[in-house]
Design a binder for this molecule. Structure first.
Ligand code: 0RA
Length: 649
């Protein structure tokens, strides 16, 4: 990677007309973009693929802001073969008149000044803080070149920049039929490690934006592959909820949805129950996914619990519960919901700035969600009854689970004091230093126990397929011995008692055979971790071991290959004579020494960290792979036959 440090010096080239003297503010400005090129990661998170995508989001966000202000209804995003990107919109067009304080066209100021976008923009929903909202000037600073075309006041204008510097003055091109802005840029290969965009990642984000901003048409074209998408949802977040529940069996055909503005807040929610057990609530602030939740989510949850309880009481439906009230977990079982709020200057907090801190959001969201739900229940008593009955069902099942858990605790299986007999624990006790291998099968488990470094490596052998938690209720899950063993070994507890801080290992490594069964077991384990211990994945504790597929030997020269390409390379280097090739069908075929060398020795092994890049897609994938609808699963596997082999969440 190149930081382009030297080149940043050229950013200070004066970009204004002759005879103009620079005031302090101007110099500040020039320093600003230089800073962006010096430390790009500070502005866009990274200079890898995600930073590259960030540039696209930044420009699209500006167009979406125009749409939110009511001036734009279509945005077109195109990836070109030379890795340049065009974002076109039919908004008002960036102003081109000479900016009074700066003596140059406003569009030039917007493109070359850090954070200038917001200064002109009376649209109050611009995001402050967080990762987005750094301004188009950042995109300009990190581009080899950028060209902007503005359609405004019946005319077309054009300006070009290179490395963030003005390359040509703003020129008039001719008449315009409509208004809008087109930004076309090529990310600077000296700044970015890669210029390879991921079609799916970009397309998922654009789809999300189309859901979150009802009616906007987002056209996405990838000229590298010829693929394209056209997103537009008149149903907004209700369509989003339908999409999330697409492969699930729903309790009521239409999502419950409501939207209202209050003070400086705009609040909307949509929800729909399904017959699974997981809670799937996604919250957004100014179109940004708040993965850590925050005050708006607290308000939503409070309203849901309170409104369902009071409706149930008023209708005399709680008698079945003998006066126990429905808890938060009971009203959220099988719930799919999207809560989206927009407000000026939200305060973000938390590790990844993904948590809303704005205090007033709780009360506002709580009152609007309460009102929306109450109205809906009054007008749709049949659906209301179904929802309440489902929640009561959940409460009863939770009670049964509590009993199962108590029983298990009495048998001291879930007690952290006594560890499962199958677990070969490590000697160290500091979780940050410890890892656990969850190994498919007793024989591989045996080899792993012998091959490991017992100081920091624990081994938990698993008997074949674990329970598919996607189809099991909590009490069924807790009465499953294999699952209980995993919970106890990890030390986190489960459900209401789950606490990621109690994890006994900060590396949880899934080691399964490199065959279809192995992939299935890995998916079952991941499903369990995703549904019930998601914070462990979020914290980056979960890994997948990568055992070799081949062993090639010529005399004393022994090499391992992790894929076909590597195998071919070894074979080429070693020649054909006297070479023996072994293809590993399972972990059990490796002796303890080999297993250590190839798969467990931190000096030589490769492990793949499981990440949750896109929780929405991860959820859909688990539902499809592990849920009970056969057709979507068949289609998914057909479509992704290759990638399922290397299933990455
Ligand atoms: C500054 C002020 C106004 C609009 C914009 C910038 C703007 C920026 C971008 C970036 C991509 N598309 C965009 N569309 C608009 C307000 C314009 C006015 O008041 O007329």
């Amino acid at each position: 990677m190149s930081q382009a440090g030297e080149e940043a010096a050229t950013v200070t080239t004066p970009a204004t007309k002759e005879g103009h003297s620079y005031d302090a503010r101007n110099i500040q400005v020039l320093k600003g973009l230089e800073g962006v090129r010096k430390r790009p990661a500070m502005y866009i998170g990274s200079t890898g693929q995600s930073g590259l995508h960030h540039l696209v989001y930044e420009v699209v966000d500006n167009s979406v802001d125009e749409a939110l202000a009511g001036y734009c209804n279509e945005v077109r995003v195109t990836i070109h073969e030379d890795a340049s990107v065009t974002v076109w919109d039919n908004g008002r067009g960036i102003p081109v008149d000479v900016h009074p304080g700066q003596n140059r066209p406003a569009v030039e100021v917007v493109m070359t000044t850090l954070h200038a976008g917001g200064k002109f923009d009376e649209n109050s929903y611009k995001v402050s803080g967080g990762l987005h909202g750094v301004g188009v000037s950042v995109v300009n600073a990190l581009s080899e070149w950028l060209e902007v075309e503005v359609r405004r006041g019946d005319k077309r204008y054009h300006q070009r920049y290179e490395h963030g510097n003005v390359a040509t003055d703003l020129t008039e091109l001719g008449p315009a039929e409509d208004t809008g802005t087109t930004v076309h840029w090529r990310p600077d290969p000296k700044v970015f490690e890669t210029t390879d965009y991921n079609f799916d990642t970009l397309s998922q984000r654009l789809r999300e934006l189309a859901f979150l901003n009802k009616g906007i048409r987002l056209l996405f074209t990838d000229e590298r592959s010829g693929r394209s998408h056209d997103f537009q949802y008149e149903g907004g977040i209700a369509s989003f909820v339908k999409y999330l529940n697409e492969n699930k069996t729903v309790l009521h055909p239409t999502p419950i949805a409501y939207a209202k503005d209050k003070d400086k807040f705009s609040v909307e929610f949509a929800l729909q129950y399904n017959d699974a057990y997981a809670e799937n609530v996604f919250s957004f602030v100014n179109n940004i996914n708040t993965i850590e939740g925050g005050t708006h989510l607290v308000g939503f949850r409070a309203a849901l619990t309170r409104t369902i309880n009071s409706y149930a009481e008023r209708q005399g439906l709680t008698k079945a519960l003998k006066d126990i009230s429905l808890g938060g977990d009971d009203v959220r079982e099988g719930l799919t919901a999207v809560v989206s709020i927009k407000l000026p200057e939200p305060q973000f907090e938390g590790q990844t700035k993904g948590k809303l801190g704005t205090t007033e959001a709780k009360g506002v969201v709580e009152s609007i969600v309460g009102e929306g739900l109450r109205n809906f229940f009054e007008e749709n008593p049949a659906v209301a009854k179904k929802v309440v009955e489902k929640c009561i069902q959940s409460a009863k099942a939770r009670e049964a689970a509590r009993k199962a858990r108590d029983l298990a605790r009495r048998k001291s299986i879930l007690d952290s004091g006594s560890l499962p007999g199958k677990l070969a624990d490590c000697q160290l006790t500091d979780p940050a230093l410890c890892e656990i291998y969850m190994v498919e099968g007793d024989s591989a488990g045996g080899s792993a126990k012998m091959g490991r470094d017992r100081k920091f490596q624990a081994i938990l052998p698993l008997k074949g397929k674990i329970l598919n938690v996607e189809k099991a209720s909590l009490d069924k899950m807790l009465s499953n011995e294999e699952i209980r063993t995993i919970i106890t070994a990890l030390g986190t507890g489960i459900d209401e008692e789950f606490d990621a801080d109690k994890a006994r290992y900060h590396r949880i490594i899934l080691m399964t055979d490199a065959d279809v069964d192995g992939a299935h077991i890995r998916t079952l384990l991941l499903t369990f971790l995703f549904r019930h211990m998601r914070p462990l994945i979020e914290r980056g504790y979960v890994y997948i071991a990568m055992p070799p597929l081949y062993r090639v030997q010529k005399g004393k020269d022994v090499r391992y290959a992790y894929d076909e390409t590597e195998l071919a390379k070894h074979q080429e280097e070693m020649g054909k004579k006297g070479v023996t090739l072994q293809r590993y069908k399972g972990l059990g075929e490796m002796n303890p020494d080999q297993l250590w060398q190839t798969t467990m020795d931190p000096e030589h092994r490769t492990v793949m960290r499981v990440t949750l890049d896109d929780v929405v897609e991860a959820d859909r994938m688990f539902t499809i792979l592990m849920g009970d609808q056969v057709e979507p699963r068949r289609k998914f596997i057909e479509e992704y036959a290759d990638s399922v082999r290397n299933l990455d969440v």
